[in-house]
Design a protein around this ligand. Structure first.
Ligand SMILES: Nc1ncnc2c1ncn2[C@@H]1O[C@H](COP(=O)(O)OP(=O)(O)O)[C@@H](O)[C@H]1O
Ligand SMILES: [Mg+2]
Length: 296
């Protein structure tokens, strides 16, 4: 009996350890599957790289805008997000995409970045006095953009290290200037270690609004011709939100800026406001903007 018990004990523990391997095996196959998905992704077409580079060099001083006309886009699962929608934005302007969640603001930014390709429509980046110099958008034109996605983009490391990710040769002064523009210098300055303070993954150690402002500073430091902010000023601090956009607007660098927001609090600072509804981007008149702000 004793022998039976001890042997069956051994057997159960072996079976138990075998069973405990199952979750690891499942997560292993899932990870392998995801890796394969990445490996199998089609190679993007970067054949326009040299053209975009010379275009950027030629027009950097005056700025580069974008113009997208009559776009239609349907996700592969059949969700139709845009039908015959048009937007444009030019240097020294802030164009706002406003609308409730799920209307397609983030999708529009993905289209602008050529992460998605519209099924119909014409889409160009443009420069020149009448915006007449154009090149079609493609994965190559993505280099002209800085993008601050929803949430924040900070990695673990010091603030300065995070900043130098996008511009390795940035001086401390340049970093401080970007932090000032993004209204982040106020709180960074007060930290005992200043720009050498550590940030944890995803902005840990800072409030949501502070981490967002650090992400914006990060994007401003690169001085790309076009800046895309996806709900990047949506943290509760309305005053800071307005100030960041004002600073961007008053900056002498000829930047084109597109912001998305589900809150109308900043719309009256923007040059042009598009309401995204019914799969279209409708330009709002000043009265409509004021009405929207009052309703909020
Ligand atoms: N990857 C995707 N595949 C299929 N449908 C999507 C995908 N991403 C977003 N959608 C759908 O597209 C619509 C617009 O989404 P989104 O652009 O994220 O809206 P917003 O940023 O305005 O909140 C939503 O109905 C959403 O469900
Ligand atoms: Mg969104």
């Amino acid at each position: 009996m004793t022998m039976f018990l001890s042997l069956s004990g051994t057997l159960t523990s072996s079976v138990n350890s075998l069973v405990s391997l199952i979750p690891s095996a499942i997560s292993l196959t899932i990870s392998a599957g995801r890796l394969m998905d990445i490996v199998k992704m089609p190679q993007e077409d970067y054949s326009q790289d040299t053209l975009v580079q010379s275009f950027e060099k030629q027009h950097k001083a005056e700025g580069i805008g974008l113009n997208m006309q009559n776009l239609s886009y349907t996700y592969h699962n059949g969700t139709s997000v845009f039908a015959d929608a048009s937007i444009e934005a030019y240097p020294h302007e802030i164009a706002a995409l406003a609308g409730p969640s799920g209307e397609g603001k983030t999708t529009m930014l993905r289209l602008i970045l050529s992460l998605l390709t519209p099924q119909e429509g014409s889409f160009h980046v443009c420069a020149g006095a009448d915006h007449e110099q154009i090149i079609p958008m493609s994965p190559s034109t993505r280099k002209l953009f800085s993008y601050v996605p929803q949430g924040n983009t900070m990695f673990s490391g010091t603030i300065a290290e995070n900043m130098r990710n996008v511009k390795p040769d940035a001086t401390d002064e340049e970093i401080i200037e970007a932090l000032q523009l993004a209204c982040a210098w106020d709180f960074v300055e007060k930290l005992p270690e200043g720009i050498e303070s550590t940030v944890k993954e995803r902005g840990g150690g800072f409030s949501e609004g502070q981490a967002q402002r650090l992400s914006i500073a990060h994007a401003l430091l690169r001085k790309s011709p076009i800046l895309l902010l996806d709900e990047a000023t949506s943290a509760p601090d309305v005053a800071a939100e307005r100030k960041v956009l004002r600073n961007i607007m008053q900056d002498t660098y000829p930047r084109t800026c597109i912001v998305t927001t589900h809150r109308p609090t900043v719309l009256n600072i923007c040059t042009r406001v598009y309401a995204i509804r019914d799969k279209k981007c409708k330009v709002l008149e000043e009265v409509e903007i004021l009405e929207m702000m009052k309703e909020f």
